[in-house]
Design a protein around this ligand. Structure first.
Ligand code: G3P
Length: 228
């Protein structure tokens, strides 16, 4: 993955489903010229169509996978299928799709062996501590206090001490840390960077913006021009 980065999580918002998911992917491709990572996490229902071809290879993120292999796993999303589709990145353990820690360990390690990079979400510093203690080493962790998700109240301003603690723990263990939840403006992104993260995850402020491209661009520019 390229850091610093902006990960736009489309979740299953209507405004970003089906054909409309493609708009966000186009915006991300356009913004790569800024020289930062710009990624779009697409719903499992839509990801296969966008993985076909090379166009979105560098910006396409999966939201989840939950078993390693093909097989008798009704309703599951196999890592093997994502890899065969050419997907290079995935979130795991988002607050809206929590997983048992032992599963996360197995999935992260299988993914890394197959060249798929993971960003593991944690809802607290305690959860981060537990996963690090288990030896889970993704490409990055993302700290997202669930009570701030979708509120417009940014974790970087309302829970800075949580982010700072997570960043410190990440640094001590050699894993980069992102933050997300309520991030709504360029100033929120700047405040996050001031806390030492290597990027942000954003959903509602971009998906529901009047002009999502303008919001994405403004946030990505903060990352591109950031100086401590
Ligand atoms: O994965 C990012 C997400 O959970 C944050 O959501 O709407 O607060 O930006 P939102």
């Amino acid at each position: 993955m390229k850091f610093p980065c902006l990960i736009v999580n489309l979740k299953n918002y209507r405004e970003a489903s089906g054909d409309d998911a493609g708009l966000f992917l186009d915006y991300a491709v356009d913004l790569l010229d800024l020289g930062v990572g710009v990624y779009v996490a697409v719903s499992p229902i839509d990801i296969a169509r966008y993985a076909a071809g090379e166009e979105y290879r560098e910006v396409l993120f999966s939201q989840v996978f939950d078993v390693v292999e093909y097989g008798s796993y009704t309703g599951h999303i196999p890592l093997s299928r994502l890899v065969d589709l050419g997907v290079k990145y995935s979130l795991l353990n988002h607050s809206e799709y929590k997983m048992p820690h032992e599963n996360i360990k197995e999935l992260v390690s299988a993914a890394s062996q197959r060249g798929l990079e993971t960003v593991v979400c944690v809802d607290s510093v305690e959860e981060l501590r537990k996963l690090i203690g288990l030896g889970v080493k993704p490409a990055a962790y993302a700290i997202e206090p669930p009570e701030l998700i979708g509120t417009g109240r940014s974790v970087s301003r309302y829970k800075p001490e949580t982010v700072l603690e997570a960043v410190k723990m990440g640094e001590e263990n050699g894993v980069p840390v992102l933050c997300g939840a309520g991030v709504s403006s360029s100033d929120d992104v700047k405040a996050a960077m001031d806390l030492g993260v290597v990027g942000v995850l954003v959903a509602s402020a971009i998906v529901k913006a009047d002009d999502p491209y303008i919001t994405m661009k403004a946030m990505a520019e903060v990352l591109a021009n950031y100086k401590k």
